[in-house]
Ligand binder design. Structure first.
Ligand code: DX5
Ligand code: ZN
Length: 219
């Protein structure tokens, strides 16, 4: 019911293959793969070549979070690199409906990402095509930022929309998720939790993921 998605952004980039294996052994359900282009967001990270290189090291789904603009050209590259889920920001696409179709044509699940100041109105028109909604609880670009509390109301609003749709759409939260706020975030409706610094910044990945699951189990 709940999924933990460690973000590689806070992993040791010199040892990414081992980091993926270790965090999956520690109980990760997904690998969250943050792609930044120094244009849509003010940081530069990893691309399809790294995704393809990591793919043989794990069988868990790779959850690609595209923070790039434009977005369409790079989508087939990530599909070929073994991505399972591809999410993008509406501000980064001229034609949101077309981008969603492109992701699905490539055989991947499609997600739409909402920044802290992005309204949910886009969901009026595309929720029925989405597999995942990702709510940002920080402004995208960097790990280790603090959770913006306004994301909780947004999660509640999206959870209501998903329930009304009757479809099994994942509701993911990204930014500032820690062991001490994950329960409150789950109560607001999230079922999939990205955590970068909370997991990779701690010495024992398994202990941290267990603590998170313990908080969720107590709900
Ligand atoms: C931020 C990224 C996040 C980031 C989260 O733009 O999308 O996935 O890694 O990092 P933490 O969990 O440290 O806030
Ligand atoms: Zn992310």
């Amino acid at each position: 019911m709940y999924r933990i998605a460690p973000s590689l952004l806070s992993a040791d980039f010199a040892r990414l293959g081992d980091e993926v294996k270790n965090v999956v052994a520690a109980g990760a359900d997904l690998i969250h793969f943050d792609v930044m282009d120094n244009h849509y967001v003010p940081n530069l990270t990893i691309g399809p070549l790294v995704c393809a290189a990591l793919r043989p090291h794990t069988t868990v789904p790779i959850d690609v979070h595209l923070m790039v603009k434009p977005v369409d050209r790079i989508i087939p590259d990530f599909a070929k690199a073994g991505a399972n889920i591809i999410s993008f920001h509406p501000e980064a696409s001229e034609h949101i409906d077309r981008t969603i179709s492109l992701i699905k044509e490539q055989g991947c699940k499609a997600g739409l990402v909402f920044n802290p100041a992005t309204p949910l109105d886009y969901l009026d028109h595309v929720l029925d095509k989405l597999d995942l909604v990702l709510i940002m609880s920080v402004n995208p670009g960097f790990g280790g930022q603090s959770f913006i509390p306004g994301a909780l109301a947004k999660l509640r609003a999206v959870r209501a929309r998903i329930a009304a749709s009757g479809r099994d759409i994942w509701l993911e939260i990204d930014g500032g998720v820690k062991t001490d706020n994950i329960a409150e975030i789950a109560r607001a409706g999230a079922d999939t939790f990205v955590a970068g610094s909370a997991i990779f910044g701690a010495p024992d990945y398994q202990a941290t993921i267990r603590k998170m699951r313990g908080e969720l189990a107590a709900l």
